[in-house]
Design a binder for this molecule. Sequence first.
Ligand SMILES: *Cc1c(COP(=O)(O)O)cnc(C)c1O
Length: 408
Amino acid sequence: MTRQFQLVRSLIRQEWSRCSISRWNRKFATLEQTVVEPSTGPDPSKLETKISNLPGPSEKMKNGEVRWGTTFTNHMFEAEWHLEEGWSTPRIVPRHTIELDPAASVLHYGLEVFEGLKAHRGTKDGKIRLFRPDKNIRRMAISCARLGLATFDQQMMLECLRRYVMIEKDWVPHGRGTALYLRPTCIAVDPKLGVARSKRNLFYIIASPVGHYFQGGSGGVNLLATTKYFRSFPGGIGFCKTGANYALGIIPSEEASRLGCQQVLWLSDAKNRYVTEAGVMNFFVLFKGAKRPELVTAPLDGTILDGVVRSSILELVRSWGTIDVSERKYSIDEVVQRISQGEVIEAFGSGTASIITPVTGIHYQDKMYSIVSDTEEKISPKLLKSMQDIFYGEVEDTFSWNVEVDTE
Ligand SMILES: *Cc1c(COP(=O)(O)O)cnc(C)c1O
């Protein structure tokens, strides 16, 4: 590497960490103590690789005949962090089980953070592209900072992720609709029952191919809007991708299923009843407007997750210039009233797993409000197509969202 290149790289890096700190401060002013600290690892130039001797993916798997979440690739990325020693040498090694002390903090206090993102294989050029991995890595740094877990150099982490996907590239299935799902995870492993910031973390990445069949539930879901359970609150951890935000939804979603709903529509609190998220997805409603339709979603106030698909949808729809886009507070009462008046064109959830999930009805205060979508005015099919065209390299990536994996 030339000196000039190193200098430019370090300047970009400083700028990157500074901007994430200032944004953090602006949004969560009370959390100044938990800013994303600049960190110096894990260093991809020191990466060690040990190749597995297991067979690679089967032909079936390569063609996308695989069930997501139960089949995994042969390798994992891993690196340890220690409060005094910093980041260890990062490694890509054969996938293995993890041995933990029974007192490890992750097992008792939920000190863990994760991410979910996808690599896609271009349908025309066969190139492998990650979709906006910088957004996931930045979000992971923010989640880690909030939970007192290790932060990392975001550029370095992105490069480690890219190298990992390069090793596993045969596992990125062929065909539109398929992907390799990546799951970066960070856990606190100190064997210590005291409740305090953890001194030792393990960071790892595993991967699971996503087949054609995963567009599960694309027929749509019903949601239960409840005031019995709440997912988050101001000053909490609603903006973090952490296990606790998933654990608390399991029983409510079982209750939802008894009422013919697949997921919960989370409200802010019992009084204002602002709509926040649907299950583990961001949530959108397209209202009829006086002049043009209005696409509404909850604002990033710290109680919802800053979804990558959410922000991509907002950017895409804003670029069309035909629909008003609002990140605003809106109540469940406004939604059901406007469903009754025929003013809701459609509603959908968004997230990396299924991209866009149409919502067919909302159960609220003992009544089911069905959303009957007029196919003409719906935007979700067009949105899904636009996103997939970008994922699979079928159109020019005008937003520069993709990061190519196999450039050399
Ligand atoms: C992961 C997640 C989302 C979706 O985020 P994407 O980055 O779009 O995948 C939305 N809400 C919650 C609670 C999540 O955990």
